[in-house]
Structures are given as C-alpha cells and as structure tokens.
Design a binder for this molecule. Sequence first.
Ligand code: CTP
Ligand code: CA
Length: 228
Amino acid sequence: RALRGRGADLAGRRLVISAGGTREAIDPVRFIGNRSSGLQGYALARTAVARGAEVTLVAANVSLPDPAGATVVRVESALELREAVLAALENADAVVMAAAVADFRPVAPHDSKIKKTSAGPEPVHLVENPDILAELGERRREGLKPYPRVIVGFAAETDDVLANGQAKLARKGCDLLVVNQVGAGLAFGTPDNAAVVLGADGERAEVPRGPKEDLADVVWDLVAERLA
Ligand code: CTP
Ligand code: CA
C-alpha cells in the first residue's frame, strides 16, 4: 500500500465499519436473512488497518476470520447492529455502513418452534427496522453526539443503478454512497466488485471490476480527503 502512496494516511483515525447481513428471527430455529458474505466490509477493515486506522468492525453473521488489528463486535439482528454501531461511534471520525441490514423483521419472534399443522402455514407479520444510516445523518444534522464527521453508505441496485443511487444518496443524508450493480457474477459472495462512488458534493468515482480491496482503498481515499 505504501507503494501506492497511501502509507499511513489514516493513522489516528477512528473508523467504524459494519459488515455482513442481519438475521431477523422468526422462531428459535428460523430467520429472515440475505446473501451478504461480509467480504467487502472485511476488505474495508483490512485496508483501513493497513493504512494506520483504529478500526471497529461490527460483523453481522459473517463466517470469516477476524481481521488482524481490528476490534470485532459480532451481532445478529438489525436492532443489535444499531446498538453496536452507536456504541462504537464514541469519538469515531467516520462510519462505513457496508452491512446489508434487513428492512423488516417479524413483529414478535415465536418463543418456540413453529410446527406444521393441517391448517397450513401462518403468515409472518413484519415491522420496519430503523434505518441506521439515515439515523446517523439525522444525528449529525441535529448535532446530536456521538456522530461521525464522514458517513458512507452502500447500495446494491439491480435496475437504473445510477438514478437509484443518486436518489438514495440524497434520501440517506450521507456523504458518500458506494453503488454496486448486483448480478452478472458480481457483489454477493464473490471476491470482485465494481462500483461507482457518488458524493453529496458531486463526487463520482468509477471503480472498475477488481478485488474488493481495490474498491475499499478508493473509499478510504475519498474518506481521507474529507477528513483532512
Ligand atoms: N441501511 C441501514 N439501515 C437499514 C437499511 C439499510 O443502515 N434499516 C444502510 C445499509 O447498510 C446501506 C444503505 O443503508 O449502507 C443502503 O441500504 P439499501 O438497502 O440499499 O437502502 P434502503 O434505504 O433500505 O432502500 P431499498 O428499498 O433499496 O432496500
Ligand atoms: Ca434495504
């Protein structure tokens, strides 16, 4: 990394990264989940440590080894992820929400395992989860501490990738939004990614298909600029 001129440009910076995908319990043995592997979030953690940052990684259901030098907090649900991110935010300079957070959770998980009956399946009633990324932007707008100076979100889109990304950036009140196209062998569970990073300040950085570390380093370049 030093060869690429990045050196220890994040030394002394405290960064919070969320990774993986949340699981929302239906009953003690079942959950609603998603396909996020945590690879991109872990690549963000490794590259940030390599550039000298102090990293807290909030990992939701990731089966990857802890990145050396990062503090790892393991969570399962969106509500747990929110608590862990808010707790880690004390004195943090920046947050990157790479985790896939479930938009909805079962209203009340069953205490015991749901059994098959002749009456057929019962519907699972859902309620909306808090939008953690949007909440961080709101905290900052209202000056409600702790909030980070730089807020980065991720968006996985299938259609109208750029238009959806621009709208989401505005709606979430974040500084940077990493928009990647899902499908075509990219994103979920693969070592490669391709993305465009959109900024509230008009930034538009295209990152061609390559290792998730390359995208991570571009994200940190843009974060470092904004923290300077
Ligand atoms: N996010 C979050 N809390 C949620 C949902 C999403 O913090 N309850 C964050 C994700 O970590 C990601 C960003 O918001 O950084 C965008 O997530 P995405 O699912 O693409 O956005 P949504 O607003 O949920 O829109 P959509 O209807 O497309 O799912
Ligand atoms: Ca969503």
